[in-house]
Design a protein around this ligand. Structure first.
Ligand SMILES: Cc1cc2nc3c(=O)[nH]c(=O)nc-3n(C[C@H](O)[C@H](O)[C@H](O)COP(=O)(O)OP(=O)(O)OC[C@H]3O[C@@H](n4cnc5c(N)ncnc54)[C@H](O)[C@@H]3O)c2cc1C
Length: 494
């Protein structure tokens, strides 16, 4: 039963990357704001954010060509995106990162550090130095969610935890508010200027994945965003919104799978990253469940999961030897796989410790022969022995005769004991969402805006298609924060 009606100018739904920014921007523009969050704490504000020529990048002498980057992103998506939105992101990303630095980080003794290392250009994939990391000492990350929450409270934004969106209220073609629920009691919030949906996509909702992105259930055995159940998108669809017709998602290729488990037996949802193997994203030998190599391992994280989804059983094994830790640095990985990842994986020893804990847990196995290793991994022995022999010959020849992996990313398997594990994807978020115009207004099925309904972050679409371009480090979070900020500004203007 709906009990009371509360009035505000702007209602923001979801206190994560996009919602926190939307609320802050609407408040700065003079609006009265309510921010509701269904959990009892805000979502994690991501620590790496992309920008084009932010203040941190200028200080570091990093310069990015906007036109080149926008065309790269459009091409990566085969132009199945709205290039106008890519331009809007490009034009506003640095203002957003600078705002966080000036208003949230600096008052607390922190700043943004530009990560120039992504500038590597391989013959196959281009990398861009877009990443800005929140830090105090330039060596590790600092999280800033608590400081952001303080800003929200100090600026009189009404932040309500344990409060979830139930449905939107639409009168004629205008969204006038929402029914929300706290502790099983529902009430109405009337928003005179707009409602901004920032609930983070639908990766936690298996039924919606089955309907809108069935391949994701082949590729992923973990979901690292268990809060995001699609409620923003489904609420908007009920008031006539238009959504992307094709899926997009962001996947990390480092989910350890208990040996013998089948993909369809597992979709483990975690916010604490259990069984996350850092070297899983490294280009060691990867084979399908028949013990055969199936793709170049030196590709963006998601591509190996895409390729594995076309193989029997969808999972794959990674095989490496005792010298593996000496190979890590020369692979020169980017973004979240980087050797020396600030604060988390600063050294070779950190990678060894990470790997050893899963050996103890039985998620990684070791053996003195490849045949024995194959047995422990439930892989055909003869096939794996043959594949490893071929891989070692490739290394001697300095040429990957099968899939063209660059030599600096190749490694031999000749020092026992040998190691292996079964890997599957971890979905970080769905990236297809509600169609929006340049003001972040949600479109209806005639491509006209639904008045006073806005969205940002993973609830919003038109920006990604298919796989996530991880060689533009920090793009997902920056897309959420930048478009959240714009949605807040535009809603406050109504
Ligand atoms: C492990 C991991 C690492 C990542 N690392 C990076 C990175 O380094 N750089 C990068 O660019 N991207 C990264 N990403 C992706 C990035 O975090 C997301 O793309 C981004 O946070 C999406 O922002 P959002 O606002 O759409 O969703 P979220 O930040 O998830 O916020 C959505 C919020 O809405 C709330 N909510 C949901 N439903 C309701 C409801 N009905 N009512 C009220 N509240 C609701 C949720 O509880 C949540 O707090 C990572 C993701 C994961 C999982």
């Amino acid at each position: 039963m709906t009990k009371e009606i509360i009035k505000t100018d702007v209602l923001v739904v979801g206190a994560g990357d996009s919602g926190m920014m939307a609320a802050a921007a609407a408040r700065e523009a003079g609006a009265k704001v309510i921010l509701i969050e269904k959990e009892n704490k805000i979502g994690l504000m991501r620590l790496s954010n992309a920008a084009i020529n932010s203040n941190a990048q200028k200080r570091a002498g990093v310069s990015i060509n906007k036109a080149e980057l926008v065309e790269y992103l459009a091409s990566f998506a085969q132009h199945n995106v709205d290039q106008k939105l890519l331009n809007i992101w490009a034009d506003n990303s640095s203002e957003t990162v600078n705002w966080v630095e000036d208003n949230i980080l600096k008052p607390n003794g922190a700043h943004m550090r530009s990560e120039p290392d992504a500038m590597v250009t391989s013959p196959i994939y281009h990398g861009f130095p877009t990443e800005n990391d929140s830090t105090i000492d330039d060596k590790s990350y600092v999280s800033y969610g608590a400081w952001f929450q303080e800003w929200i409270i100090n600026h009189n934004i009404d932040l309500r935890f344990n409060t979830k969106l139930v449905k939107l209220i639409k009168e004629k073609n205008t969204v006038t508010g929402a029914i929300v629920e706290t502790n099983n009691e529902s009430y109405q919030i009337t928003a005179t200027k707009g409602v901004i949906l920032c609930t983070g996509g639908y990766s936690a909702n298996k039924e919606l994945l089955k309907k809108w992105n069935p391949e994701a259930l082949k590729k992923n055995v973990y979901n690292d965003s268990p809060r995001n159940n699609g409620s923003g998108i489904t609420a908007a669809l009920k008031v006539g919104a238009l959504r992307d017709q094709e899926p997009a998602e962001c996947i990390f290729d480092r989910g350890l799978v208990p040996i013998g488990t089948k993909t369809d037996e597992m979709f483990y949802q975690t916010e604490t990253y259990e069984n996350w193997l850092w070297i899983g994203s490294y280009p060691f030998l990867k084979v399908n469940l028949r013990g055969q190599r199936f793709a170049n391992e030196s590709v963006p994280y998601q591509f190996i999961s895409n390729a594995a989804a076309k193989e029997p059983g969808y999972l794959y094994a990674m095989i490496w030897d005792s010298n593996y830790a000496d190979q890590l640095e020369k692979f020169h990985m980017l973004g979240c796989a980087k050797f020396g990842f600030p604060g988390y994986m600063p050294s070779k020893q950190a990678f060894i410790n990470d790997t050893n804990q899963y050996l103890k847990k039985g998620l990684i196995v070791k053996a003195d022969t490849i045949a024995e290793l194959a047995k422990k991994l439930h892989l055909p022995e003869e096939a794996l022995v043959k594949t490893v022999k071929k891989q070692n010959q490739n290394y001697i020849d300095h040429i990957d005769h099968e899939f063209g992996k660059e030599f600096y990313r190749m490694s031999p398997i000749n020092q026992k004991p040998y190691y292996g594990c079964i890997l599957g994807g971890r979905i970080l978020g769905t990236l297809d969402g509600l169609r929006v115009n340049e003001k972040m207004e949600v479109l209806d099925t005639n491509y006209n805006p639904i008045n006073h309904l806005f969205t940002a972050g993973n609830d919003s679409g038109g920006f990604f298609w298919g796989s996530y371009p991880d060689r533009v480090p920090g793009l997902a979070s920056s897309h959420a924060q930048t478009f959240g900020r714009l949605a807040g500004k535009y809603a406050a203007k109504n």
